[in-house]
Design a protein around this ligand. Structure first.
Ligand SMILES: *Cc1c(COP(=O)(O)O)cnc(C)c1O
Length: 419
């Protein structure tokens, strides 16, 4: 039996070639009729189709583009059951955190580690489990908004902890923390938050992690960006110059942080996740908190992270798409621009993006088209996938550093079609 008025149903049938499921078409047709916009039905269906999640080519030169899902990562799943919470030795129920957590503990040289859904939930869990109803001392210069409503004071409030502001916007010293702890007996944690997406310059002073250790309360460093080790020990070459000064998990812990929190899809180069690493005691408390269940990752993410951790541990950095694109040489990019053979070869500057390393650029190379063709590229010139390029002063720039070389041929076809 059909519950749709025939006209809507027939219209939907006639649009079945769009590839959209019948109920989706019906809903859109009804909406178009309600809005008195049914003449534009074809365009609306087309628009609906472009809204589905799909692969795109990132030619923006922003390595960790927030709108494009940050680090590119090949999610894979066998579509079969996995031993997510089964100990194959004993046949008893196991912990989904144990194995991948211990790989990350090794990578960070920490006693223990656990995985959650993203770095925001890592911070929320740490505060809820370790500082609820207690004060958390944070420098006034670190009362930041990371983006998309993640504001440190709000997250603190949500966790039940309260803020104990320390120092001033531009200068904070160890004595400021000590004074805050003395004046406020209920301070249960000191938190250092990396000013990921902005910089305070001029008359500034801040306290490094090693100056903050040994203060009787846990010291937590939210480094956000997910660099594991400032020496980039997984690379066979020296760390790239542009990474200098970025806080790293290993060094933060070695300098005295009891816990670090960071994202999986920023400089770590993996899927969206949050990692908490450090003291086994504190991690155990986090695991026991009810929120841990609410923010736990699924098997797809955990198996992805296991693969990523293995690549780091085996120093197989070329298996990590983020590091592969970050380390591609200018000569290689020049060769690729030449092979694509459209537009003008041009020197460009990529940026790390994803709210990391503000103001930092990475020398790059790409293609310039003397016209704004970004709209055509985005809507699939040369067929799918769409190509996302950068437009400046009426010209379109395709930065090849962020384009997977396997997509060069598609880029060439799209540009030929437009020329
Ligand atoms: C990016 C960032 C976050 C938020 O991380 P998500 O993984 O996006 O939730 C938190 N803290 C810092 C310092 C960050 O840089």
């Amino acid at each position: 039996m059909d519950s749709y008025p025939p006209s809507v149903n027939e219209l939907a049938e006639s649009l079945s070639g769009s590839g959209l499921p019948h109920p989706v078409l019906v809903k859109e047709i009804r909406k178009a009729i309600n809005e008195g916009d049914w003449e534009n039905l074809e365009a609306r269906i087309q628009r609906l189709k472009t809204m589905s999640l799909q692969t795109v080519i990132n030619a923006t030169g922003v390595l960790l583009h927030t709108n494009l899902g940050r680090a590119p990562w090949p999610y894979s799943s066998a579509g079969q059951a996995m031993n997510l919470e089964l100990d194959l030795n004993s046949g008893a129920r196991g912990s989904r955190q144990e194995h991948v957590g211990s790989l990350f503990a090794t990578l960070c040289d920490a006693e223990s580690a656990m995985i959650v859904n993203n770095c925001s939930s890592a911070v929320l869990l740490v505060l809820s489990a370790l500082a609820s109803e207690k004060g958390v001392a944070i420098s006034r210069s670190e009362m930041v908004e990371i983006g998309g409503n993640f504001r440190v004071p709000d997250v603190l409030e949500l966790s039940g902890a309260y803020l104990v502001e320390v120092g001033t916007t531009n200068r904070t010293r160890r004595e400021d923390y000590e004074r805050a702890i003395l004046a406020n007996r209920d301070v249960g944690m000191v938190m250092k938050i990396h000013q990921s997406n902005y910089k305070i310059v001029g008359f500034t002073e801040s306290v490094e992690i090693d100056d903050l250790s040994g203060m009787d309360v846990p010291l937590v460093a939210d480094i956000g960006s997910g660099l594991l080790d400032e020496s980039c020990s997984w690379l066979e070459m020296a760390p790239p110059a542009w990474i200098a000064g970025e806080p790293a998990a290993r060094q933060a812990l070695a300098s005295g942080a009891d816990l670090v929190t960071f994202s999986g899809d920023k400089l770590l180069g993996g899927p969206q996740a949050g990692i908490i690493a450090g003291s086994a005691d504190l991690i155990a408390k986090c695991m026991k908190h009810p929120l841990a269940r609410a923010v736990r990752p699924g098997g797809l993410i955990l198996s992805s992270l296991q693969e990523l951790a293995m690549s780091y541990l085996n120093r197989d950095w070329e298996a990590i798409p983020f590091w592969k694109m970050a380390m591609t040489s200018i000569d290689e990019l020049k060769d690729r621009a030449k092979n694509i053979g459209c537009g003008d070869p041009v020197s460009l500057e990529s940026i790390p993006g994803g709210g990391t390393l503000p103001g930092v650029t990475i020398p790059s190379f790409g293609i310039q088209i003397n016209d704004d063709v970004s709209h055509d590229l985005r809507l699939g010139a040369g067929g799918n996938p769409p190509i996302i390029a950068r437009v400046e002063e009426g010209c379109t720039f395709l930065d090849l550093r962020t384009v997977d070389p396997r997509c060069d041929e598609h880029v060439a076809n799209a540009l030929h079609e437009l020329s």
